[in-house]
Write a protein that binds this ligand. Structure first.
Ligand SMILES: [Zn+2]
Length: 642
């Protein structure tokens, strides 16, 4: 990545700087001159520099970055001195500088392959869906499967999935596959049906449905559950060029949304994951940090297969530590922990008491949702990692799921005593007051899927009734209890990749119908920003290097068009990310900046796009055995690090 030009050319016109003008200024290196021995410093000034360093907002007049780290934060005069000669200046021109955002729960690895598909999120009709698929097909080489993802049958004018005949209009020679937003259903064209061997005389695979045409046994094209995973498993593996392209797209999406640390909260969800990460390591594809939380069953498989190929496979150059990152990372990838699913989506959240109203199509009496991963495995893993540097994160939407995760943590706490483990209660959609007390005692973190409040809040109210709404995404209560909570986007399973949009949700808690969901759970914009910065760093044991603007920390920065603390809270979602900087290197600049820094009035990716999903990614498919190169990549990640 080439560093981009400063936001605004230096213009030290502030009164009283006098002699300082002689000390600082953008110094162009003459052509042919010897390169500087020390990297030049960059001085930021002229806007709100919000340090996020304490429980109350604190501003600095200037910040100096040098060699990827923050050298100085404080008054301008001291900054000029600290920056030294030849420093580059950035006049923020009234904009806001913050620590780079930390993605507390996303799926960057998964996004690296789903972003290669046609984006079907928000399509309103089958002709529109087919149009997007045809446009996508035109960009692909002949022979590559044409895939799309993200439509919702109930949001289409036709209120159904596409038929094979409709998908045949995309291609009659290539394989065509569309997956809905949940990832559990989809449709395929005639060529793909034929390749899979599914026809009028074939039986449905166990655990799934091949829908037939009315009054006939001929497949209609629609498939659900097991056949969807069978199609995914039969896909040709991604080529190295596709992986490079997919990782590039995912990184572009994360950095356009101000994130300098990304996460994959389900490494091993897809068979492609391991090859994506292997190539990230081998080719140093990542300009931002990536934390991996491994799907529990995948980790067990990788550990069982620990191989001897690592020594001959490992390239010493790729292991060379980076001066700009902490030693737990390998080429910006860190295997930070293990991920469990204590329950599923909003439609089957595991509750201690039955739903008030069942999800549509569900007629089960006293329906309470369901448990997913075996409790014994959760308890064993929490116990064995309790005093190690591998964290455990538990997907827990319903209060019974939270309870089960807490029980596992409490057992480890009782047997081994307190530890700085920081188990992460993921989603924490229904968190009872008594559970907040228990979480605090064992040092657990809660991470809320804030972006769902606006699009899903009314749906939640219908499912769970008014009393339990008080527990929904209870950030206010958790804040008052003194637990360092975070918010996350969960992309590509979430609503929007924008953490600004998540912030707007957690601060206002307004639903689509205009109701404020449990008003007592609203938080201040500052506490919401802490959830994206210093608390995110704390959640991952990285608060010593990230999350606030303090000397010695990494210069991971984001420039916003406005200060979230100084605008009407209802307009927070209109704030734009203007620039994203990782360890001093600019990775993203908002296109609106190209014309001399003028900003546009366009709203960022804040429109709700995916209503019901909540980390609904299928996670229970059987994993293929690892090949030697994949096993070697896992061995490198599993090797003991500080
Ligand atoms: Zn997730």
């Amino acid at each position: 990545m080439t560093p981009l030009a400063p936001l605004v050319l230096p213009a030290l016109r502030a009164a009283g700087l006098g002699l300082a003008l002689g000390l600082i200024g953008a110094v162009a290196t003459p052509v042919g001159a010897a390169p500087l021995q020390q990297p030049a410093a960059t001085l930021y000034r002229g806007g709100d520099i919000l340090t996020m360093a304490g429980p109350k907002p604190a501003y600095a007049e200037a910040l100096v970055e040098k060699g990827g780290r923050i050298l100085y934060v404080g008054p301008l005069a001291g900054a000029i001195k600290a920056a030294g000669g030849g420093a580059r200046q950035v006049n923020l021109a009234g904009r806001t500088l913050l620590p780079g955002f930390i993605d507390a729960h996303g799926h960057l690895v998964l996004a690296s392959h789903t972003l290669l598909n046609a984006d079907l999120i928000g399509v309103k009709s089958i002709p529109e869906l087919l149009g997007r698929m045809k446009a996508h097909a035109a960009t692909l080489p002949e022979g590559v499967m044409v895939e799309g993802m993200g439509y919702r049958a109930e949001q289409l004018a036709e209120n159904r999935h596409p038929t094979k005949e409709e998908l045949d209009s995309v291609s009659t020679t290539r394989l065509v596959f569309v997956q809905d937003g949940s990832g559990h259903q989809g449709s395929i064209n005639s060529v793909l049906l034929k390749q899979m061997g599914w026809n009028a005389s074939s039986k449905d695979p166990a655990g799934g449905v091949i829908t037939r045409k009315p009054g006939s046994s001929e497949p209609s094209g629609h498939i659900a559950e097991a056949p969807v995973f069978a199609v995914l498993a039969a896909k040709a593996p991604l080529t190295p060029a596709q992986i490079r392209q997919g990782v590039g797209k995912a990184v572009a999406l994360w950095t356009a949304n101000g994130q300098t640390t990304a996460s994959e909260m389900g490494f091993g969800l897809s068979d492609d994951d391991i090859d994506v990460v292997r190539q990230m390591l081998d080719e140093k594809l990542l300009p931002i940090d990536l934390l991996l939380f491994v799907k529990h069953s995948f980790l067990e498989q990788a550990k069982a297969g620990r191989s001897a190929v690592v020594a001959q496979y490992a390239d010493p150059a790729s292991r060379a530590p980076r001066v700009d990152s902490d030693g737990r990372y390998l080429n910006r990838v860190r295997l930070a922990g293990v991920k469990f699913w204590l329950d599923g989506s909003m439609d089957n959240a595991f509750m201690s008491q039955p739903y008030t109203n069942n999800p549509s199509g569900n007629t089960e009496k006293n329906f309470r949702g369901l448990a997913v991963d075996p409790q014994a495995a959760v308890e064993t893993t929490v116990a064995t990692t309790w005093k190690s540097n591998r964290q455990v994160a538990g997907h827990s939407i319903g209060d019974q799921a939270v309870d089960n995760f807490l029980v596992a943590i409490e057992k480890a706490y009782a047997a081994q005593g307190p530890a700085d483990h920081r188990p992460i209660i993921q989603h924490a959609q229904f968190l009872r007051p008594d559970q907040i007390v228990r979480a605090k005692k064992v040092g657990a973190i809660t991470s809320f899927t804030a972006g769902g409040i606006y699009p899903m809040g009314d749906y939640l109210a219908r499912l769970m009734g008014p009393e339990r709404l008080a527990w929904a995404g209870a950030a206010g209560s958790v804040q008052r209890a003194g637990i360092p909570w975070t918010i996350h986007h969960d992309m590509p399973a979430g609503v929007s990749p924008s953490l600004i949009y998540a912030l707007w949700n957690i601060v206002n808690r307004t639903t689509k119908s205009g109701v404020v969901l449990a008003p007592q759970e609203r938080v201040s914009a500052y506490d919401g920003l802490r959830a994206l910065t210093i608390n995110g760093a704390y959640q991952f044991h990285e608060e010593k290097t990230k999350g606030s603007l303090e000397p010695g920390k990494l210069a991971d920065l984001v420039v916003l068009s406005a200060n979230p603390l100084k605008v009407d809270p209802l307009t927070i979602k209109e704030i734009q990310v203007l620039e994203t900087i990782k360890e001093g290197t600019s990775l993203y600049r908002n296109p609106s900046l190209s014309a001399g820094g003028a900003t546009t009035a366009s709203v960022p990716s804040s429109a709700p796009i995916n209503e019901k999903d909540n980390c609904l990614v299928p996670h229970d498919h059987p994993q293929k055995p690892l090949n030697p190169a994949q096993q070697a990549a896992m061995d490198r990640l599993l090797a003991p690090r500080p």
